[in-house]
Write a protein that binds this ligand. Structure first.
Ligand SMILES: C[S@@+](CC[C@H](N)C(=O)[O-])C[C@H]1O[C@@H](n2cnc3c(N)ncnc32)[C@H](O)[C@@H]1O
Length: 280
């Protein structure tokens, strides 16, 4: 059964738009902005996937993932959307499991990968309740998630991190992107709460959630800092690295006695941070 949570509404609306006979290019023109924030009547699926290819390359370098043997790995991507980055992962990995809360996105993801990646290497996984992965323990070698956990309620995001650790084999790697506090959040966070409340109002709410400006205000459902996340999951991890923007200070300390390396870099959005770690 589909979730009724307000913060899932933009995905359901975009998923609904994707769930029809539109061409793949039209789907990118209609809904692509929810994934890479680009709009325009001339967008194509190819350009959309190119942005994903470049980001996969960039993050492999930036997050020091070159040692992962992608070609012999199974990789889980949490929040794959319509396959913007999934295609690149299928070209690199032995197997990819694309997971998303929206089943129409997963169908489009299959089409995207069929065109630009390796469909024979792809499985999809519907995250029906937005927090549980129906996968066995130690199923994958690496779990990746980009601009997804910030859209979940805090407890769902933490649960997905726990799930990522559960399904990733011991010695495997988790690569998870989060959003944390920045100054503008003093205004944005209360506005987001108000917008999500409006989305629950019958008839106008679901319509409102289709509009880009409204979605951009209301779709981020949490701000999680590294301490909050690591306090819950550090005991299950080792080789913990936190990558963040040089433009902001991010204090990291946990009670778990685990050494944590913080790595400031100038190619990460100041509101973002990444947790890269091995599963113990
Ligand atoms: C901003 S998009 C990013 C998609 C993809 N990572 C990319 O960069 O193109 C966020 C994606 O996360 C999915 N999502 C949101 N909440 C989720 C949840 N609780 N579990 C799984 N997927 C979720 C949405 O459906 C959407 O496809």
């Amino acid at each position: 059964m589909q979730t009724k949570r307000a913060h899932h509404l933009p995905w359901r609306r975009a998923g609904h738009l994707a769930d029809n006979n539109l061409s793949a290019d039209d789907v990118v023109r209609e809904t692509g902005w929810v994934f890479n924030n680009e709009t325009g009547d001339d967008l194509t699926l190819k350009e959309f996937v190119d942005t994903g290819d470049k980001e996969v390359q960039r993050y492999v370098r930036l997050l020091e993932l070159q040692n992962i043997q992608f070609e012999s790995s199974t990789l889980l991507e949490i929040g794959s959307g319509i396959g913007r980055m999934t295609s690149a992962f299928t070209n690199r990995c032995q197997k990819v499991i694309a997971a998303d809360v929206d089943s129409a996105f997963l169908e489009r993801c299959r089409q995207t990968v069929a065109q630009f990646g390796r469909i024979d290497r792809l499985n999809t996984l519907h995250v029906v309740n937005g927090r549980t992965l129906v996968l066995g323990d130690d199923t994958v070698d690496a779990t990746f998630s980009y601009i997804t956990l910030q859209h979940c309620q805090p407890q769902d995001a933490i649960e997905l991190v726990n799930e990522a650790i559960r399904v990733t084999r011991s010695g495997g790697t988790i690569v998870l992107n989060f959003r944390t506090w920045v100054l503008s959040d003093v205004v944005l966070v209360p506005l987001g709460v108000a917008m999500r409340a409006l989305w629950k109002v019958s008839i106008i709410g679901p319509r409102l959630a289709r509009w880009r400006w409204s979605t951009r205000i209301g779709w981020q459902a949490n701000r999680l800092n590294p301490n909050t996340v690591l306090a819950k999951v550090a005991p299950a991890l080792c080789e913990i690295k936190v990558f963040h923007s040089v433009k902001r200070k991010l204090k990291v300390s946990t009670n778990s006695q685990k050494p944590i390396k913080t790595i400031p870099t100038n190619r990460i959005n100041p509101s973002h941070w990444w947790l890269v770690a091995q599963v113990s």
